[in-house]
Design a binder for this molecule. Sequence first.
Ligand code: ADP
Ligand code: MG
Length: 246
Amino acid sequence: MSEQNLKVDVTDLIKDYGNNHVLKGLNLQVKNNEVVCMIGPSGSGKSTFLRCLNKLEDPTAGRIVIDGHDISNKNTNMNHVREKIGMVFQHFNLFPNLTVLDNITLAPIELKKMTKQQAEATAHDLLKNVGLDEKATAYPASLSGGQEQRVAIARALEMQPDIMLFDEPTSALDPEMVGDVLDVMKNLAKQGMTMIVVTHEMGFAKEVADRVVFMADGHIMEEGRPADLFDHPQNPRTQDFLRKVL
Ligand code: ADP
Ligand code: MG
């Protein structure tokens, strides 16, 4: 595999919080256009891993290269790298005092990536894609959780990222909202977005992931194609986890 084709290249990543050893030497490579789903029990370090990828957390040791930029190197311009990484969390984090449109256009206008006009045109296109253009002038409080999450996805996409990170994007939603959000993510995958998705939605992982990674206790215990990992898990920890969730 050529280095150039790698969007994410993580080597021996370690993250400690004091005596709490959370990530114990992770290695993961994600190719351009690849969709990787991460599954595993609560507390295994999945969120910490995602947060290290855009330096919301400082790794204790290890090397992380994003799109050819070594973010473990102090001289790397993180603002530049962060612009390439869209992140969607379990809780939507929309600004309550801004309309949907302003939520989406704020960052590109502030960062002078786009004019207001460009930003709004792009935002309307994205809102159409997530089925919410009629909500452009609405405030977050008037939206359902599923609608807020779709706006959060549109907001991340507005920055034209090369990689999208999702941290349990549907875990806080009422069940009837989950499908619409997963559909938006499926479309994104179809369009070739490189994605790392931490999820409990095993159906989504089976259908959409190119690769599924099982994490437990700060280690990647097993990874493979969905059909292999779900139907023929090799590691006893994976077998035990899947027995509980499937
Ligand atoms: P997961 O997302 O798989 O549920 P997390 O990455 O959230 O796991 O958490 C893994 C471990 O790291 C947990 O033991 C958690 O308590 C600890 N942890 C996470 N964030 C912090 C933090 N900011 N400070 C201290 N400990 C943390
Ligand atoms: Mg988590």
